[in-house]
Design a protein around this ligand. Sequence first.
Ligand SMILES: Cc1cc2nc3c(=O)[nH]c(=O)nc-3n(C[C@H](O)[C@H](O)[C@H](O)COP(=O)(O)OP(=O)(O)OC[C@H]3O[C@@H](n4cnc5c(N)ncnc54)[C@H](O)[C@@H]3O)c2cc1C
Length: 406
Amino acid sequence: MNRFVVVGAGPAGLSLALQLARAGHPVALVEASRQFSRQFRGDALMPCGQEALARMGLSDLVEGLPQRPLAGWSVWVNRHKLFAVPEPMGSLQPCRLVPQQLLLEALLAKALQEPLLQWHPGQAVKRLQRNGARICGVELANAGRLEADLVVGCDGRQSLVRREAGVQLQQRGRGLEVLWFELPGPLPGNLDGGFSTHLSAGAVGSSCIGARGELQLAWLLKNGGPTPRRTPQAWGDAWAQLLPSPVANLVRERAGELQGPLRVSVPVGLAERWHQPGLLLLGDAAHPMSPVRAQGINMALRDSLVAASLLSQAEPEELDRAAAAVEQQRLPEIQRMQSLQSAEALQGQLVGHTPLLRALLAQGRVLLGPWAQRVWQARQTPLREGLAGALPAAELAPQRTNSISW
Ligand SMILES: Cc1cc2nc3c(=O)[nH]c(=O)nc-3n(C[C@H](O)[C@H](O)[C@H](O)COP(=O)(O)OP(=O)(O)OC[C@H]3O[C@@H](n4cnc5c(N)ncnc54)[C@H](O)[C@@H]3O)c2cc1C
C-alpha cells in the first residue's frame, strides 16, 4: 500500500509528490491528463513562490528553464497611464515568467528519478474509497484502485476529490469570468514588458507578454454575462478601445491572428475544511485562487512545502493530525491573500465600470496617480512575499545553488 496517493499533477501535486518520495515515502501520483500543454495556468512566479521552490532544493531546476523577469506593473485608465511601478519593488527577486508547462515537465522529470514514486498519467480519479468513515484510497477511470494511508487532493479549482468528500466551498468574493486571448509572437520590441491593467470604456482587461513571447490578453466579463459574439476583427477593435498604443494598434492590425476568446470560469473560495480522516486538500482544491496578482501557483507551492514537511515526519497513525496542522499553518496566509485579491478586484471593477470616476482619475492623473500608486503598492508586499512566518524556518532539502537564495 502507498503511504500517499496524490491526485493531480499541477504545481501543488507534483511538487508534493516529489518531496514526499524524496523523503522516503511510497507515493502514487495520479493525473487525469497526459500532457501539461494546457492554457490558462499562468506563468508568473512571485518571490514567495520562488522561495518555496528554493526551499525544496529546486533552484537549479527553475534556473535551467526558459524565462524572463517581469518588467513591472502598470494601471491605465481611459488609455492613460495612471501609474507604473518597475520590478522588483523592493524584493530580492523580481517576479519571473516561467512557462508553467515547462516547469511541470521539469518537476515530473525530477520526480520520476525517485524510485518510490509511481506515476499514473492519463488516469482521472473517479471516486474516493472508504473504509467506514475513513478515506482509504481512490478509484480510477480504468476501474483500477489505489490504496493509501492518506489521499491528498491537489486536483484544482473544480476538485472532484473535494466534491466526493462532501466538503463545501465557501465563496470568498465574486468568482471571475475571463475571456482569454493570445497573439502569438514574435512581437515588436516597443511593447511594455510588464503586466498592465486596463480600465476603459466600461471594460476591464489586462495585457502581458507571456514567458514564450506571446501577448496574453484577459478580458473580464462584467457580472459573468454571456460571451459577446464578435468577429476576430471586431474583437481587435474592442481591444483597441481598451488598450493604449502601441499595443492597441498591434492588436487591431493583427486581429485575424488573435487566438480566442476562450472563456475561463474561476470560482474563488475556501474549503470549509481541508482535511477528513484519510484526506487532505491542497492548492486550488482547498482554496481556488483568483488570477488577480498571480497567486495560485505560488500559494500551491507554499502549501506543498508545508505539507511535505509535516506529513513526512508523521507516523501513519499521526497523519490525520498532521493534515489538520497543514490547514492550521496555511490558513492565515491564504485568507490574507484572498482578501487582498478581492480588494484589488473590487477596486478595478469600481473604476472600470464608473465613467465619472474613470474620467476624474484620467484627467487628474498627474496628482492622483501617485496617490493611487501608494494605495495599490501597500497591498503588493504581502502579495509578492507572502505572510512573514508562513513557512517553516528549516530547509527541507540541501540547496545546490546560490542563484535564488533565501
Ligand atoms: C487565467 C488564469 C491565469 C492565471 N495566472 C496565474 C499566474 O500567472 N500565476 C499564478 O501563481 N497563478 C495563476 N493562476 C492560478 C493558477 O493557475 C492556479 O491557482 C494553480 O495552477 C493551482 O495549482 P494546483 O496545483 O492547486 O491546481 P492545478 O494547477 O489546477 O492542477 C490540478 C491538476 O489536477 C488534475 N486533475 C483534475 N481533476 C483530476 C482527477 N479527477 N483525477 C486526476 N487528476 C485530476 C488536472 O488535470 C491538473 O493537472 C491563473 C489562473 C487563471 C484562471
